[in-house]
Design a protein around this ligand. Sequence first.
Ligand SMILES: [Fe+2]
Length: 399
Amino acid sequence: MPWYVRMGQLPPKRHIQFRRPDGGLYAEEVLGTEGFSGIQSILYHYYPPTRVKEFHTCYERRIEPIEEPVLQHRHFRTGEMPPSGDAITGRVELMFNENVIFSVARPIEQMDYFYKNADGDDLIFVHEGTGKLESQFGHLRFREGDYLIIPHGTIWRLVFDALPAKLVWIEAIGGQIETPKRYRNEYGQLMEHSPYCERDIRTPEELETRTDTGDFEVRIHRRGRVYAYHYEHHPFDVVGWDGYVYPWAFNIHDFEPITGRIHMPPPIHQTFEGPGFVVCSFCPRMLDYHPQAIPVPYNHSNLDSDEVLYYVNKKFGSRRGIEVGSITLHPSGIPHGPQPGAVEASLGATHTEEMAVMMDTFRPLQVAKAALELEDPNYPYSWLGAPIQRDDSGKTDTW
Ligand SMILES: [Fe+2]
């Protein structure tokens, strides 16, 4: 949704006759949000998109919450998670609420079907892997560190160059994932104080129109069930489209951190917003430069949000025992903060190499049973014990 985009062939006006080379009409489809009031795109198909030949329930997507939830901080290790399934079936759902589902996948198979989420926008953070996001809006190459934002209603699949890959999924249940409103002016343009701008955003690069026929399966996710829709025509039969709805990518390395003399709060790391949650990027940056600054965060109680952090590397100054692929959950209601020795160890440090993706939800999260298998049971007590030792082995003053 960043701006108006057009690709391929379009008639001069919307809703007028637009003919194929054989004289037949292309089939126009308005793919819109919020009942003709939100953003939309118009697609021109070679075949009517309504021509389904067979459909059935494919599977029920049951996410079981833990039976006796306890208010506690949690740490899940996904670094050693065994690869399984494809980008969709390989998801291990770890946390969820009425607004969002957070999961991690280590796909080992390519998708041999197409996918559409009818509920809300999908955000996929590509921790490991390269390939192509193919969709009816065209193809978009992706690489490590990319956030892929895929609007609901899009028919798509991921094609990896090599497997396994590692993906972090944030699925909105209803609604859009977009750039934070406070970064945009009244015209929709990202303003000077935004940590990234339109130049950093990639939109579909290549529109491939497929007119071949056969058996094509589109799996549609809606309200906890996945349905298999079979068509005789390839779903990427679009000759042209225009509008504001399309998949796009932003790489975490293109996030320009905002720094200050004293500790800056997490909203300066905000990257996206969704219905009932925000997503932030913690990136390598200069640390606070007041002569008496404490570069690690103070203890804090997030009274109205649950905080999930996915650690892309293990250089997170305020945490102990963090591995690549670790996830911490700090729920509202109890404080968390730097672990023993972290404050002292941080004094005078000038840089951090940390990289992490954070999701803050405004309604409490439920932990899924599957998460328990990855849990480090000692984490709630990790604020006790021996202090963190500063590591000055590197060439720079980095820890
Ligand atoms: Fe926090």
